[in-house]
Ligand binder design. Sequence first.
Ligand SMILES: [Zn+2]
Length: 443
Amino acid sequence: MKKLSRSSAPSWKYSPEYYDISKRTLDIGLEKVAAYRTWKHLDPGPSYDVESRFTALPALTKKDIRENFPYGMLPYDCDLGQGIRNGEVTLVETSGTTDDRVTNIWNQKWWDASEAASWQLNSCVSQVATGSHNEAILSNPINVGIISDETDLPMENRRLARFLYLNEKTDPVAWTPAIMERMIQELNTFRPAVLEANPSYLARLCRYVNNRREIVFQPGVVVFTYEYASHLYVRQIRQVFPNVPMVSSYGTTETGYVFMQCEKGKLHQNSKYSRVDFQPFQREHGGPFLGRILVTPLDNQWSYLLRFDTGDIVQLEASGKCDCGRNLGLILSSVNGRRANLTLTCEGRLVTLHELDSALSVLQGIEEYELVQTGAGVYDLRLVSQRPDKEKLSQDATRMLKALYGGQAEVSITYRAAIAPEPSGKYLLSRALFPIELDKYLA
Ligand SMILES: [Zn+2]
């Protein structure tokens, strides 16, 4: 079988099924799905190995999905109406701004299977997550759960099967002490095996708990989803749950569960249900181990997303190994945030949220932060802090940002009572107010 190119990355191992299902998904996509009509001539063809064939194709964007949805995203012989009528699939809209928002064909059975497979990538999670376990979820109801901003919903109205949604408010900044007391009480009575949370939301609750020295039920495991888990948040959460394993799970509504952090701290690809193509950045921007990922969901007859650009930036584990012994699929040392989080140094080098967050994490006494790059070399850092010595804190933060972005960086520090999430319900933490065309930075 012919190959088109060789990669400098470690040679990752996959099961034979991974290649078979990748090939089947690719063949059906190119043969039967209208969205890829213009891609067909780029495919070098079946005499080449499946890796070369995927690599030759462009990335699929949310815009592509919107323009082709629903029938142009499905094989022409697939009967969507029938699938909806017999309850196999439903249509769901993802949250986000108009540019971000996308409608998806939701296949619950596949989603559950993808989630259950991801649990096996962490021994703490696989022990407590049985599929019938109690799970409390602390996130924005825009993303999951039931929205009720005006009225406080009693616990029974926030229960669904084995889940308890702790929060029904779209703005966590508006949580009253009574709401947070209620969350603590409910954790103590519901006693979840798994507490799944946006790290920013759980950190907000934990700051309240820390200030009052309250006792909170300790779940079997805390799983972070939806957002990058800032060092700052993890520190605040760790104070409340000192011995509970904390795990990051990465995925999207479009692609299911793609990466799970193992008990040794690395992230493993959920390779039974997702194919991941890695595109490294240029060396001067962190390559060859830092780059973006393109995800192809596998084995879902209602989804033929080929090389979907999820917007996630990741760092490959350069050794290609993990101490946990799992060796199938990509291994990441970190997920470094999203494309929307990227900023540029004064000299134009890409800075990921992970790099910024690591630099800021040495500052003590910060509750929240948000960095906005307003133009070339201009940075606006907003901080939430109870520290009385704000002048010293501002000096330290300025020094840190100049070390990261360059000596000539124009830095301004302002203090806020709180920072609100994006309209999507998620916190961004960092962003640039000008477009950063990622294609320019790929190797
Ligand atoms: Zn591992």
